[in-house]
Design a protein. Sequence first.
Length: 213
Amino acid sequence: MVFLFRTVPLPEGEGLKNLGFIQSIKELLADVWKPIALIWVISVIRTFVSQSFLTFIPVLYSREGHSLFSAGVIVSLYNIAGALSGVISGHLSDRIGYKPIFYSANFLATLSLYLLLYLPGTWIYLNAFLAGFFIMATLPLAVAMAQEFAPRGKSMISSLMMGLAYGTGGMMAPITGRFADIYSIRSTLSVLAILPVLTVFLIYWIPERKREP
């Protein structure tokens, strides 16, 4: 921390210092609040689905006879794939844009989550990797997309997308637990797996941003 403090230059201000918290939000979101709200809702839904699977898939397969080591491998593959997908999806979005990545990742996320739930045997490890890869692929892209809509307030936008959206989605995981107690874990996760593909309708309404060549 001392090394970074001494070597990393201070970031430039965004010209919002004297506006206050509420006025800063009004200034940032005055003309772009609709696309920012859509991106935020999509981020919350995907985080909710991602954290629910991450939390309850190990419980499900442990109950069905998998060892704790096996459950740990499943979780590790899920998380490692999610980390890799953020880098890959970011690279691809620089070339073909954000929305094609969102569309394809959402469709494939739903498919891979169902495969994780219902394809038996050793396929579970491959499907855990694919599920983590696609369900987390667009989470960092949501931050970058929102920053393009509100370039003056990148710090505020990042906190809305990473802190508030991810936190809200994560806090909704107990809802999954409650329904899992009533209807079973697999049935509840089966319903949640539909949500990524349903958000395609929200993605459609996000306006395209002109990208520099």
